[in-house]
Design a protein. Sequence first.
Length: 486
Amino acid sequence: MTSTEYLVTIGLEVHVQLKTRSKMWCGCANSYGDVPNSNTCPVCLGLPGSLPVMNEEAVRKTILTGLMFGCNIPGQCKWDRKNYFYADMPKNYQISQYDLPLCLDGAVILHDLAYPKDAQKDIVDHDKKIRLTRIHLEEDVAKSFHYESTSGIDFNRAGSPLMEIVSEPDIGSPEEAFAYLTSLRQTLLYGDVSDADMEKGQMRCDVNISVRPAGQKDYNPKVELKNLNSISAVRRGLVFEIQRQIEAIEDGETLRQETRRWDDAAGITTTMRTKEMAHDYRYFPDPDLLPVHTVEIVEDVQEHLPELPHEKRDRYVKDYGVTAYDAAVLANDLPLAAYFEDAAQDAKNPKGIANWIMNDLQAALSASATPIENCPVPAGKLKDLVDLVDAGRINSKQAKEIFGIVFEKGGDPKEIVKDPKYAPVDEGEVEGFIDKVIAENPKPAEDYAAGNDKSLNFLKGQVMKLSRGKANPRKVGEIIAQKLRG
Ligand code: ZN
Ligand code: MN
């Protein structure tokens, strides 16, 4: 049997650390990488007698996230205690939201470029919608460190705002899971609600997966995967787990509901706990916190919605005339998009600028491992360079050379072209070259005149040689065409 005879059902739970100044229930700084246990107080340490005060910024950012994904925001939400016992949770309960979360419904749309590069050609279901169940707000726990014979715990993270985004089981493959997380993260970055870096734990993902033979109506028990520390690890973990479940089914084993841990180095999942060990969280409303009326916050946030990725893509096509693909590549990365807009804003040829960014600039950046934020070629200088090419002042070979100089050493393209090396070619001189080439190459000239377009390149090449590469090949082609075809 092959895997095409199996149905794969995947749902994701994603925890996202919100970018707020203070923690969820106290005034301690919500920051990453500080001295351990330096951002703590009686509230986030769970000391007796301390009381929580809600962070409105966190509520606003969660509502903003919900609006960006088209969620419904109920008029009222409330806070519940989720009870469990673990060393990294000072109060022995987590303040979370049970039956009245901040956001319901909504969806994440999977754009083609969100899929892994090697899978983009196989996309069948373009712009597939993955429905969201809910988004709620809760607090994060402390972080444990395990040493040889002791453990340490850092409460800086305890009580910081954490958003939980739960999807419906609409995801049908590891590649779709990858695209879901990539799209989700992109929108979170657009909204500036989180830096959402999985490697820093700012975005953490639990995956539920169930595999069953096509034709079987009931789902097989689901397996929850943990310890997935990057978007590509989610894909790898799922590829393994799908195959493992298929093999188990084919061997006649009964699948059980369990939580499995992904070992990225070994490339396998192993059992962490089975259903018998499942928690009973005994949720109940937090008596220390009032319900939240959301209507006014929603109205206010609605007025300040950021441009969304699909809106940016559409605008680039409409305003700058770039292709849908180019628009998607440029909008994929916010700093890159900002650079493009900076250069293209008043440019005569935004399409030409997009080409330079996507080819020469990105190649130079990646070869030197430079992020676009530190790009040594200011956006305005790239625009000047493209203008010089468009005006026929330099040809594209010279432009590449000047680009290289500006990238390596800095400088201004408008100044660099003053170098005698880039002196404009005399048009009369070029015309002389053209006449000479036509006279000395009667056969290709006749062929071209008779309609053979290929001969033009040969003639152009000869003229370029005579001009020592200085002539503008496009102009040379135009003049030859005029002379031979009239
Ligand atoms: Zn605190
Ligand atoms: Mn949670």
